[in-house]
Design a protein around this ligand. Structure first.
Ligand code: FES
Length: 123
């Protein structure tokens, strides 16, 4: 097999070929929860009420308490608009790509359960 060098490949191809398949498949975080906090001047948006911000803080506290930060753990991030404003305030959990309306207390509980039981499959 020909050895890869920067000289014989363009940079993007070099980087792509340099990753082992296992590196690409593995996620840094076991779960990554995005909660929209976007504010729009007009129309429905997720960030008008304090709920998304309070929920993010609650989840981050839970993750810290459960010692689930960093690689292999759970990350919560606030996000900009995810294009589902009418259904908001909205959240999505990866790698599953499952969506939640956090206005609903049962939906919020499902996200809390992800932190409580991170090894369980999501329904
Ligand atoms: S403002 Fe939250 S999805 Fe658009």
């Amino acid at each position: 097999m020909r050895k890869l060098t920067k000289q014989n490949m363009d940079l993007s191809c070099y980087l792509r070929e340099s990753f082992k398949k296992e590196d690409i498949k593995m996620s840094f975080f076991k779960k990554h929860i995005f909660i929209c906090t976007n504010l729009k001047k007009e129309g429905k948006c997720c960030g008008k009420e304090s709920l998304p911000h309070e929920f993010i803080k609650e989840l981050k506290d839970k993750i810290r308490t459960a010692n689930l930060t960093g690689k292999g753990g759970i990350r919560v991030s606030s996000s900009g608009c995810m294009g589902r404003c009418e259904e908001g305030p909205i959240a999505v959990v990866y790698p599953e790509g499952e969506w939640f309306n956090i206005q609903d207390s049962q939906e919020r509980q499902k996200i809390r359960d992800i932190i409580e039981f991170p090894h369980q499959k999501m329904s």
